[in-house]
Ligand binder design. Sequence first.
Ligand code: DI6
Ligand code: FE
Length: 395
Amino acid sequence: MCAGEAEYGLVEDAALAVGADGRILHAGPAATLPAACSGWPKRSLGGRLVTPGLIDCHTHVVHGGNRANEFELRLKGASYEEVARAGGGIVSTVAATRAASEDDLVASALPRLDALIREGVTTIEIKSGYGLTVDDEIRMLSAARRLGRERNIRVVTSWLAAHAVPAEYKGRSQAYLDEVALPGLDKAHAAGLVDAVDGFCEGIAFSPQEMVQVFDRAKALGLPVKLHAEQLSDLGGARLAASYGALSADHLEYLGQDGVDAMAAAGTVAVLLPGAFYTLRETQAPPVAALRAAGVPIALATDCNPGSSPMTSLLLTLNMGATLFRLTPEECLAGVTREAARALGLAADLGTLEDGKIADLAVWDVATPAELTYRIGFNPLFERIAPKSSPGTAQ
Ligand code: DI6
Ligand code: FE
């Protein structure tokens, strides 16, 4: 093991043994491979770097249409908020999503999903939030579940009806919550479509007081919560989320020390989304030093969405996490493995190569782990070994 790489938990001359149940039986030096595994089928990975399969813990990969036109508008000077207030932004994707059938949603998401899969992603979180009626939100999550059946990838869903107030409820956000976001959650949950509940807490979306209603309903249903918080301003969203024991608070550019402290106390993961920061040309970076000092776990995700982060590269996200937010390459890699698993409540099963965890693996043609973060637009994936792959040993 090279001195500089010990911090990644790197093990040289390692062997992995995977049981018939797809779980890791041994992850460590080949020399200590249990004798019981000696007769198993073996294959060599040629001494390559093996990491946990990557986890994209915040995406809106299911949606109709795209917003290349809004991209052009913003380049002519309109701000994200101006575009949203003028009826563009999220609401324009809503029209395209409503017009799309479940088949259309699956078909349009597949190329995006495949791009992530090609980079070693084995688990993806997918949110609703562009349907904004009970049926349209449910169709989005049903498409998300289908993606998990059509590809060898684990899909985790989030109910994000509190993403935007649709045009027909303009100025009547309480009615939207009462008629769509809350009863829709009950219905989607009953259909087994919801793994967690999310919201967009922002001046252009929902207030902390409104989010309380959504979180209370999630709590009543026994569902974990998370929140888009402090992306454009500090409304105390992260503090609110932490008070509900949220899995994560996401974006966080405008997070203050009180929010950092609340997240640390609650064990809430900070999910940083450098693709949105980059696309919006935001200049205020999330308070990485304060998060680090407080011991808040930091995850990274693409935020793949048609408006603020039309990005389908988790490897590029690693590079942006380092260059834009000054995360170390080790933090970046942990951010899409160990901490991303934690952000999805899956840390017991995923995110690290440890005995008992699910053997989702990514095998890389790199000399050092830092290379995964260092390069821009280069994919060194050699092989992705995902949940449904057959058991055996690899070394
Ligand atoms: N914050 C974001 O960055 C995305 N959603 C959110 O709540 C943007 C969604 C969009 O612009 O379509
Ligand atoms: Fe988002």
